[in-house]
Structures are given as structure tokens and as C-alpha cells.
Design a protein around this ligand. Structure first.
Ligand SMILES: C[S@@+](CC[C@H](N)C(=O)[O-])C[C@H]1O[C@@H](n2cnc3c(N)ncnc32)[C@H](O)[C@@H]1O
Length: 490
């Protein structure tokens, strides 16, 4: 008897028999022969009678059974407690033993069965079985006992005598008084209750209820389909009646004419959204390439060298002039200051728009003396835009003006433009613009060989002046000679 089995039996005694020390108890230990230890010491109490029972005489055997499955030596309903350890694995027909336990125990009597769930084969004289918790519960059910406790030792407990190798299972069960029970062929109590069958029945019941549920879902779907079919049939009938109508026949007769007419009309659908199909980089590349095409055409006297306002050359991209027009019509400036007059085409354009909106005058500055168009709204100033004399004249003209627009289009070196920006920015009124022309040069994207110019000047100016911001909205036509050059006075 290994020590972990002894301990399990001691635990049984403490838990279930501790309160019965003063009661007279008849205790049977089945398979009690002393092979390396017994339970006898555990049940040594004054009022208890412990009897070791086995199939052959031996040490710790008080009673020898003549038939392992028919204990005629022990009366029915005469035993209070039946314990057995390391015995059940050797009993060929252990369920018969269980029946006998059921017979000899008094109603309310307890049994404690300890048997291995593992361990090597050890034949005394046979080694037939191993037991798990479920098997223990099945045994109790077979005898119609109430299970008080059933377990299999889960992990090694660290016994030094090798106890752990057996990983014993334990059943503590009670013979319940008054429970109906059948009898086996020996006339012993027998319970035909089978947990497996019960579980099977429960599982069949669950599956049947699932099948029932699915069947009702199928029926519901069928009715849904029928309802939809009914609607479909109704719609088909309506369609058939339309097709049979006179109006439909007329439409059919007209349809070749309709198709022919459609061919004549320009297709309105399926115009590809070119922008949506392009990434921003692809789009910019296309704009830049067109910008170059447009810009360099001047070399053969084209585009901006061949642009006129009312017959006067204007060195501008017409799309920018359109933006000018939009700004002027919205801001209605009192004064437009332009540095870089050249032939005066742009100044004349500005004056014309002022005429149309009925407000504003144009002050345009150039170092070149030239024959230029006369216009009542245009004043030509001769001199450098950054000279003190010119700036003083401009200051005088700007004094008291509620709305002032400035356009810088003279010398396109970075130094000159930056100096103009610093001087002329102060004339620009809130909501109006400081427009820097030709920010496209120096590789933005044209004339990469130009060297730092308007674009670079704008960058430096914006870094030092936060009263202005680039209005990219003014580049809405894609092509502009002034990328990042429309500076809005905040
Ligand atoms: C690009 S053109 C102006 C074009 C004109 N705004 C148009 O759109 O038709 C540049 C002009 O700036 C003038 N210019 C160069 N340096 C200047 C300066 N320091 N002050 C004023 N004008 C200058 C040139 O004489 C030239 O006529």
C-alpha cells in the first residue's frame, strides 16, 4: 500500500467520519491483505469495528470470502463503511463487486474506493483495469449511489515512495435509502442507469431541437420566397400588360428614330475624369511640361511674346490676366501699383478692367522711357522701382487709398524682387494682393539657368513677413507664370 493511498483514505476519514467517532461503525476493508501497509490504523477507534476482507487468508485479513461476487459471509444492509484501496484494478468483473457493496452497505452507508488511473502492470494475480473520475462516477451510478466526491489525482504530489506513479482515482459515495433499484441475476441491487446513454439522449434531444429550429427557419424562408415570387409574378403580369398596350407599341416603333437621334447628339456620358485618374505628381508633371511648351514658344516669337491687349503687347499669360480681372472685380482697388511697364500692355489691361468696374487708377514704373498708350487711369513713373524718389511718389499716390493692389514685374533678380517686396508690401491693403510675376523662372519650372529670382525672393520674404500668405487658389487654371506668386495680405 503506497503512502499517497494511505493519505487519501485518511482524508476520507477526516472529511466524512470525523463526526462519527462515538457511533458504532461496522467497517469493511475489501482486499485488505497487508502488502506493504494497510488502512487498519486509520480506522482504529473505540466504537468502530474494522474487518479486513479478502479472497485468501493472510496478514490483515479477518474474513475470507468464498466467492468474490457473492459475499454470503456478509449480511445485506449490515455495513456502515466499506473501504477498498488498490484492489479494483485486480477484479475482473468489478461491477459485480459494486453490486455486492450496494447490497452489504446499510442505507446511508458510505464507500470509499481508491484505484489507480496509471502505473505499471502488477498482477495479484491479475491486473485488469485503470480508473478515472468518470469511471468512478459510473460505478456509483451503477449501484444507484449518490456521489459525494470523485477525482483523479491531477499532478505528481512528490511522494518519495513512488506513489505518484499510480495517480489514483477516488470515489466517495453513499447508498441512499429508499432509492428504487433493480436486481441482477444474483439477486443483488443493480442500477441500469447509464451516464453515456443519458448523455447520448441529451445530445439527441439537443440535436432534434436544433433540427426543429432549422426546419422552422426553412419554412419561414419558403414563405418569404413564395411572397417574393408572388410580387415578381405580379410585376411580370404588369410588364406583360404594358407590352401589350398601344403606348408601348408606339414607343417600340419610335425607338429606331430615338437611337438614330442619340448618335447625332454629342455623348454626354463617360467623359473620363482625367484629374481623378492622375496622382498629384503626374498632374504636376503634365502642367509643368505644358508650362515649358508654352513658355519656350516665345523663342520663335510665340505665346507671351505674341499676346496683346487692345493691340498693345502684354508679356503675360492670359490665364493670369483673367485672375487679375477676378481680383480687381472683387477687390475694386483704388490704386494698382505695377513695377515693370515695358510696352504698357499690362497697365492698359488693368486700366480697362478698372473702367469696367468703375474704380481705380494704375501707377506703373519702369526705368525705360517708351512710347506707351495713353489712358486716363494710367500714370507712368520713370525710374527704378526701388529708388527713393520713385518710392516717395508711390507713397504719395497711395496715401489715403482704401484698397491697393501691387504687381511686381520689373527686374527678376532675387535681390531686386526681395527689395521690392520689402518696400511695396506696406502699400498692400488687407484682403488685397501682392502679385509677384515670373516666379516660374529658375527651374520653377522654366529657365533653370536663370539663377535665384522671384520665387526665391518670395520664399525669403514670407519667412520674414507673416502678414502675407500664398493663395494657391489663384493657380486654379493650372498654368500660371506666377506659381506661389499670388500673396494675399491677411
Ligand atoms: C517683364 S517686363 C514688364 C512687362 C509688362 N509688365 C507686361 O506685362 O507687359 C520688365 C520691365 O521691367 C523693367 N525694369 C527693369 N528693372 C527695373 C527697375 N529696377 N525698376 C523698374 N523697372 C525695371 C524693364 O525695363 C522692363 O520693361
Amino acid at each position: 500500500m503506497h503512502s499517497s493511498s494511505i493519505d487519501k483514505m485518511k482524508a476520507f476519514k477526516e472529511k466524512y467520519l470525523a463526526g462519527k467517532r462515538n457511533s458504532k461503525l461496522e467497517i469493511i476493508d475489501l482486499g485488505s491483505t497487508d502488502i506493504g501497509g494497510t488502512y487498519r490504523g486509520i480506522f482504529k477507534e473505540k466504537n468502530w469495528r474494522y474487518r479486513g476482507v479478502d479472497l485468501a487468508p493472510g496478514k490483515n485479513v479477518d474474513l475470507v470470502l468464498s466467492d468474490p461476487y457473492d459475499w454470503r459471509e456478509i449480511a445485506s444492509d449490515s455495513v456502515d463503511v466499506l473501504v477498498t484501496g488498490q484492489t479494483f484494478e485486480h477484479i475482473e468483473f468489478f461491477w459485480k463487486t459494486m453490486s455486492e457493496i450496494g447490497r452489504v452497505l446499510k442505507p446511508g452507508g458510505l464507500c470509499c474506493i481508491i484505484a489507480p488511473s496509471a502505473g505499471p502492470e502488477h498482477r495479484y494475480p491479475v491486473d485488469c483495469w485503470r480508473f478515472y473520475k468518470d469511471g468512478m462516477v459510473a460505478l456509483a451510478n451503477y449501484a444507484n449511489f449518490d456521489v459525494l466526491e470523485a477525482y483523479t489525482q491531477p499532478t505528481p504530489l512528490g511522494y518519495g515512495d513512488g506513489s505518484d506513479v499510480w495517480a489514483d482515482s477516488v470515489l466517495v459515495a453513499k447508498k441512499t435509502a429508499g432509492k428504487a433499484r433493480g436486481r441482477n441475476e444474483s439477486g443483488n441491487p443493480l442500477n441500469s442507469k447509464c451516464r453515456y446513454v443519458d448523455e447520448l439522449r441529451r445530445s439527441i434531444d439537443t440535436q432534434q431541437s436544433t433540427i426543429g429550429q432549422l426546419n422552422s427557419e426553412i419554412e419561414a424562408k419558403k414563405s418569404e420566397i413564395e411572397a417574393k415570387n408572388a410580387i415578381l409574378n405580379k410585376q411580370n403580369a404588369e410588364l406583360a400588360s404594358i407590352r401589350n398596350s398601344r403606348a408601348w407599341r408606339l414607343v417600340k416603333r419610335l425607338s429606331p428614330i430615338r437611337l438614330f437621334a442619340r448618335k447625332l447628339l454629342p455623348a454626354k456620358q463617360n467623359i473620363p475624369d482625367a484629374q481623378a485618374e492622375l496622382t498629384p505628381i503626374e498632374r504636376q508633371r503634365i502642367v509643368d511640361e505644358f508650362h515649358k511648351l508654352y513658355y519656350y514658344a516665345y523663342q520663335s516669337g510665340g505665346t507671351w511674346r505674341d499676346t496683346y491687349w487692345m493691340g498693345v503687347p502684354a508679356m503675360k499669360c492670359p490665364l493670369d490676366l483673367w485672375v487679375y480681372q477676378e481680383i480687381i472685380s472683387k477687390e475694386r482697388p483704388d490704386l494698382i501699383i505695377e513695377s515693370g511697364t515695358f510696352n504698357g500692355g499690362s497697365a492698359l489691361f488693368l486700366a480697362s478692367v478698372c473702367d469696367l468696374v468703375g474704380n481705380g487708377e494704375v501707377l506703373t514704373i519702369d526705368i525705360l522711357r517708351r512710347e506707351r498708350p495713353k489712358h486716363k487711369r494710367v500714370t507712368y513713373l520713370l525710374g527704378s522701382s526701388t529708388s527713393g524718389e520713385i518710392v516717395r511718389k508711390v507713397e504719395k499716390a497711395a496715401k489715403g487709398k482704401k484698397s491697393v493692389l501691387v504687381i511686381l514685374d520689373s527686374d527678376h533678380s532675387k535681390a531686386h524682387v526681395l527689395s521690392e517686396l520689402r518696400i511695396y508690401s506696406r502699400f498692400v491693403t488687407k484682403g488685397s494682393y501682392l502679385i509677384v510675376e515670373d516666379t516660374s523662372v529658375n527651374g520653377n519650372p522654366v529657365l533653370p539657368e536663370h539663377g535665384p529670382g522671384p520665387n526665391e525672393a518670395v520664399k525669403e520674404f514670407l519667412a520674414e513677413n507673416d502678414a502675407f500668405e500664398v493663395d494657391k487658389g489663384k493657380e486654379k487654371f493650372f498654368l500660371t507664370f506666377n506659381p506661389n506668386g499670388y500673396l494675399l495680405r491677411k
